[in-house]
Write a protein that binds this ligand. Structure first.
Ligand code: CP
Length: 323
């Protein structure tokens, strides 16, 4: 594989940078990779000899673990670094950390960081591929890709669908990546939540803004429910969690009033009983665990394509060949 011929370029920083065709290509590449995770022996030699560092400066369960599974299932050599156990706590900068890793001859860095723009900052300074696993309030591209794949699996298409992103849009990198991805694939997109949790001028991205959850549910075929990011709130964004749930929470009573079956996604981790009730999260509308399963296939596809693999070779690659 030759990274210089990657159809995605060197890095995956955000869906804002990709065309609709590139996004479709990632989704289509993920399709054959889904089956690898269903095998008794979940391993193919697609990334044999590649070295990948997972550099997580913020907490993560789903993203960190599914990148690691994706890397291992493609036979890459992986190293996990958390800020708390690294020399970052002694004051080492991000670039110095990355340059020292480069000196050990790595091929890719998967990074989660609390600062918006950190992934692009790193991508512009090191020759290895950088994959953004979430940077501040900017983007979380692989989350949006797995959301798109899950919607396509269940609805058969993205184009023409009405998708509403509900909740704490202000602090959400998932919202931003979903908005870019959904619009590029021809969906109609709306957001819904308290005015205090809406970014100013959100409509300039090309979305409709609802202020009442009932209106959003009446309009949408798909709801992507966001976590209230309490750790990023320093002030009175919502009166109380109980009040938030009463006014904005996605409940089975509210879904029952919808004119159609509504598909419900949530990127996790969930605040049950706040933005989403348990009977919705665990009920027939929910595809939340399907999202998690698809996360592994999407991350395999991104790793494979950035390593120079081609969508049309993915089926052959998963049968045992290197791309
Ligand atoms: N959806 C998501 O990014 O979850 P984690 O924070 O657990 O990775």
């Amino acid at each position: 594989m030759n990274p210089s011929v990657s159809s995605l370029g060197k890095d995956l920083v955000g869906l804002e940078d990709l065309s609709g065709d590139q996004i479709i290509s990632i989704l289509d590449t993920a399709e054959p990779f889904k089956e690898i995770s269903e095998r008794r022996i979940k391993k193919v030699p697609v990334l044999r000899g590649k070295t990948i560092v997972n550099l997580f400066f913020e907490a993560s369960t789903r993203t960190r673990v599914s990148f690691e599974f994706a890397e291992k299932r493609l036979s890459a050599d992986t190293v996990n670094i958390a800020a708390s156990g690294s020399s970052v706590v002694k004051g080492e900068t991000l670039v110095d950390t990355a340059r020292n890793l480069e000196a050990m001859r790595i091929d890719m860095v998967v990074m989660r960081h609390g600062s918006s723009g950190a992934a692009r900052f790193l991508a512009e300074r090191i020759p290895s591929s950088v994959i953004n696993a979430g940077d501040g309030q900017h983007e979380h591209p692989t989350q949006a890709l797995l959301d798109l794949l899950t919607i396509r699996d269940h609805m058969g298409r993205i184009e023409g669908l009405r998708v509403c992103i509900v909740g704490d849009v202000l602090h959400s990198r998932v919202a931003r990546s979903n908005i870019y991805g959904l619009l590029k694939l021809g969906a109609e997109v709306a957001v819904c939540g308290p005015p205090t949790l809406m970014p100013p001028a959100i409509q300039e991205l090309g979305v409709t803004a609802f202020t009442r959850i009932e209106e959003a549910i009446e309009w949408a075929g798909v709801l992507n429910v966001l976590r209230l990011q309490l750790e990023r709130m320093h002030g009175g964004f919502v009166p109380s969690l109980r009040e938030y749930n009463r006014i904005w929470g996605v409940s089975s009573q509210r879904l029952a009033a919808a004119p159609r079956d509504v598909l419900v996604l949530h990127p996790g981790p969930m605040n049950r009983g706040v933005e989403i009730d348990s009977d919705v999260a665990d009920g027939p509308h929910s595809v939340i665990l399907n999202q998690v399963t698809n996360g592994v296939a999407i991350r395999m596809a991104v790793l494979y394509l950035l390593a120079g693999g081609r969508q049309e070779s993915a089926e052959a690659a998963k049968q045992g060949g290197e791309a």
